[in-house]
Ligand binder design. Structure first.
Ligand SMILES: Nc1ncnc2c1ncn2[C@@H]1O[C@H](COP(=O)(O)OP(=O)(O)OP(=O)(O)O)[C@@H](O)[C@H]1O
Ligand SMILES: [Mg+2]
Length: 217
């Protein structure tokens, strides 16, 4: 993990240093290129930091589980909004099929973190121009949220290793986006705090669906 954090910071420091010391020497295109790299490196390290902080707080028992009733559609809107930039960079569109009258009984921050991570993965492992679908509704017993992508998918062997800290795996995205393999561990931990379930359905080359089921109040 320290490499995952140090590498983007090295790019950020190196490139921004170049820019302010030698900006007259570069044409607009080079400058724009550097700025894009700086932006992407900071976005990646910010996401990693967000997960690291939450994970360490969870490990120290500092995250209190505070479920309340929320409007399901609202929660999903807010949780996905932070991924618009990441999606736009790959020209990926979101499609929502959410029961806007449904309510969810959940810890707002935890569920937002779950959705943020699943959305970020869906974008990361989808080629440019794809669509990501969000489905959310209540059944008689639970709130079901699924996030479906048409991206690279995973073999059964990899699926069996997800959600296990002993098998922590991370592969780069379709544009070589790097990660640390913390995201799904957080998703599992936070789902279980709700006494809920998380599972994946995926086929290599076709795409993946991640579903969380949280019991109703
Ligand atoms: N939607 C998906 N499509 C294909 N593979 C996926 C998908 N989501 C997860 N994976 C696989 O599971 C691995 C673990 O995912 P996880 O979110 O835990 O870590 P990460 O995305 O690699 O890193 P981080 O979330 O810490 O930035 C990924 O690296 C990838 O190999
Ligand atoms: Mg991830």
């Amino acid at each position: 993990i320290s490499h995952d954090l140090k590498n983007p910071f090295n790019s950020i420091m190196g490139l921004s240093n170049f820019l302010y010391e030698k900006i007259e020497k570069y044409d607009k295109e080079t400058i724009s290129n550097y700025a894009q790299h700086i932006y992407e490196a900071s976005r990646n390290s910010y996401k990693l930091l967000q997960n690291l902080l939450e994970w360490s707080r969870a490990q120290m028992g500092q995250i209190s589980f505070a479920p309340e009733t929320h409007n399901l559609a609202n929660l999903i809107d807010n949780a996905t909004a932070s991924s618009y930039n990441q999606a736009e960079a790959k020209n990926i569109k979101f499609k929502f099929d959410v029961d806007y009258t449904a309510e969810i009984y959940a810890d707002y921050n935890m569920v937002s973190t779950i959705i943020r991570n699943l959305t970020s993965n869906a974008i990361k492992f989808s080629p440019k121009g794809q669509i990501i679908e969000f489905l959310a509704k209540n059944t008689d017993t639970s709130t079901v949220i699924s996030i479906k992508d048409n991206g690279k998918g995973m073999s059964k062997k990899i699926q069996d290793k997800l959600f296990k800290i002993s098998e922590k795996i991370s592969t780069p995205g379709t544009e070589n986006e790097k990660g640390t393999g913390l995201g799904l561990l957080l998703c599992k931990e936070f789902t279980e705090a709700h006494k809920g379930k998380i599972h994946v359905d995926s086929e290599e080359g076709k795409g993946s669906i991640f579903t969380i089921e949280l019991p109703l109040k």
